[in-house]
Design a protein around this ligand. Sequence first.
Ligand SMILES: [Zn+2]
Ligand SMILES: [Zn+2]
Length: 158
Amino acid sequence: MHDEDFCCAVCLDFFIEPCIIECGHSFCHLCIASHLNINEKCPLCRAHTGKPIRNRQLESLTMSYISSRDLSNTYYERMKSNKKKLLLQNKALLIIWSELNNKPGQSTELCNLVKNVQDQELKSEILWQVKQQVGVGLEHIGDLETETVTIRLKTSRQ
Ligand SMILES: [Zn+2]
Ligand SMILES: [Zn+2]
């Protein structure tokens, strides 16, 4: 057994909550979820894929490898921070998609997406996710660096 048997090809670190996709490749939950938000293909073999499924067998193998190598402390720190990032990302995307779906013409100014958000971390995550989604699920009219830029759902998703 080697380190690389338990490593994710996206973050190059040990799997955290590994998920398997249709082609049979596995990645950390956070790594594959972030990737699939902007690209529907496998990061390794580029096969089209649907929703990732938790790979519990690989998860327990990774966990026993981690504890046999005495790496638990750093592993659990990463696990905590991954869970937090995933939650933040999901919250940000939920705000973006629900705001746009409820607007006439499915468009709004960027400032409307963040105006009721008190949490600074969530606010910057929303701004970051909007930039990530431009050209994928969203398009913009105006200067993306200003909060008055108009954001709207892309009419044809590839
Ligand atoms: Zn990863
Ligand atoms: Zn693959």
